[in-house]
Design a protein around this ligand. Structure first.
Ligand SMILES: CC(C)(COP(=O)(O)OP(=O)(O)OC[C@H]1O[C@@H](n2cnc3c(N)ncnc32)[C@H](O)[C@@H]1OP(=O)(O)O)[C@@H](O)C(=O)NCCC(=O)NCCS
Length: 435
């Protein structure tokens, strides 16, 4: 396993700590300095003292573990005297398999390295420390969302789910090909935030492969209380869906209206659905709001049913597509045992892992949809890197596609097809959580 070298430890001190607040709720000194370093890394600001206190309270509520890498001999006057040069955090985040079961992941976030100290191994040291701790804490896998696509594969992470920013033009979208059902009503944000919205999310999470439980700090943003920058939001509205004859809210949307070049755009802030009917109805509602040209949604899944539902499928344009959640398997048996399978069968997987955590050959036996995993020394049916195992897990990336990309080697082509069938999820994976 990779080790931190002497040059690194001569220059830097890696410290793990729990974020804290003082008696007034303000971040303690160490936490405040860490927040400043993260804000610099992402070109953001910690904002007002109230905002910094709020952020610290979210980190405390989520039981985060912080890492800071400190320069041992800071030059006088530099921020290195108090701020860490590298930041990193992890916390528990369940990932849903979409059948009511889930697996806890070691969710990694706030990864930054100060420009003056980059490419000296700070990221590598923080990642190795964190993953080793993740194994100690019993996590089957780690997860993250990335700011760039080339950073994390070397650490064994594979992109397991993608997302699309889309625009749907109103003038060609309606009517839908099939009638929607249920009732949509506009509601005050405070009413949505008072339990109803989180209940809908809990039901969405349970039935949606790839969904991840949200950070405490996400809710005030999606419920239109604050902007992502911590300022008071003033322009967000909300609507909910109920099935015909039911009082129970089974979907909600929050949105704002913005000028986007020549277009007036309805920009979706959050769209959460516990049923497919709610998803369609809420889209129909968004597309029926007058005095705008286009609905913009940044969380569209691949194979989004809205495309098929639209009166004219060409009303849907993909503005951008990229990786969303990356998964890193730490414990192959625990990971493969935790998920459901669509088809029974047996496959021997040879997993390579340059960091050592998951390397080995494993036989997966699935009977009645339940997997058991045994370490074996048999000849493998498929060989792949741990990053590609992570990519396959949700069933959004196909083993057949990975074989075509030269990343998965199958003893015979039929094995990749069999593995694809076994991993097929009940619904299209959809991730609407950022961390
Ligand atoms: C990305 C970042 C964290 C890298 O930190 P770092 O301390 O310079 O990285 P290290 O020196 O530990 O490098 C580790 C490895 O990653 C590679 N690497 C680092 N940054 C990379 C990048 N942006 N793209 C591709 N590879 C990168 C290094 O070449 C090195 O590879 P090797 O070990 O195979 O030789 C840092 O540049 C940064 O803070 N960027 C801005 C914030 C950001 O993007 N954070 C990521 C949030 S998800």
């Amino acid at each position: 396993m990779a080790q931190i070298n002497d040059d690194f430890t001569d220059r830097f001190d890696l410290r793990e700590f729990t974020p804290g607040t003082d008696a007034d709720g303000a971040p303690d000194e160490r936490t405040a300095a860490w927040l400043e370093a993260v804000a610099m890394g992402f070109h953001e600001s910690t904002g007002s003292p109230e905002n910094a206190a709020r952020m610290a309270s979210y980190f405390v509520a989520d039981h985060e573990t912080f890492l800071g890498v400190y320069v041992r001999q800071p030059l006088p006057g530099s921020v290195d005297e108090t701020w860490p040069a590298g930041t990193f955090t992890w916390f528990r985040k369940p990932l849903s398999w979409g059948d009511g079961s889930s697996v806890d992941t070691q969710a990694i976030s706030a990864v930054t390295v100060r420009p003056t100290e980059r490419r000296r191994g700070i990221l590598r040291a923080m990642m190795m420390h964190a993953l080793t701790r993740g194994v100690e804490e019993g996590y089957a896998m780690a997860s993250l969302t990335a700011s760039e696509g080339t950073i994390y594969r070397r650490f064994g992470f594979g992109s397991a789910i993608r997302e699309r920013a889309v625009s749907v033009r109103r003038n060609r979208a309606l009517p839908f090909l099939a009638p929607t059902t249920g009732t949509v009503t506009v509601v005050p944000l405070a009413w949505l935030a008072d339990g109803v919205g989180k209940d809908v999310f809990a039901r969405f999470h349970e039935r949606t492969p790839g969904s991840m439980v949200r950070n405490t700090g996400t809710w005030p943003v999606v419920f239109g209380e604050f902007t992502g920058n911590g300022e008071k939001a003033k322009d967000v509205r909300a609507a909910v869906h109920r099935a015909d004859g039911s009082d129970v809210v089974d979907g909600y949307v929050t949105w704002r209206v913005k000028q986007d070049g020549k277009d007036t755009a309805v920009e979706v802030v959050d769209l959460v659905y516990a049923t497919d009917a709610a998803y369609l109805s809420l889209w129909e509602f968004l597309l029926s709001i007058d005095l705008n040209d286009v609905v913009k949604y940044n969380r569209s899944r691949l194979d989004d049913p809205i495309v098929t539902a639209l009166g004219d499928n060409r009303a849907y344009d993909v503005d951008h597509e990229e990786d969303h959640v990356w998964l890193r398997v730490l414990d192959v048996p625990a990971t493969l045992r935790s998920r459901p399978y669509a088809v029974d069968g047996s496959i021997v997987l040879e997993v390579s892992d340059s960091l050592g955590f998951a390397a080995g050959t494993y036989r997966l036996d699935v009977a009645s949809g339940v997997g058991t995993v045994t370490r074996v020394s048999d000849a493998p049916d498929v060989s792949l890197d741990v990053a590609d195992l992570g990519a396959l897990l949700l069933g959004s990336v196909s083993p057949v596609t990975l074989a075509a990309a030269g990343l998965l080697r199958a003893a015979e082509p039929a094995v990749a097809v069999r593995l694809r069938a076994m991993l097929l999820p009940a619904r299209t994976p959809h991730g609407i959580t950022y961390f």
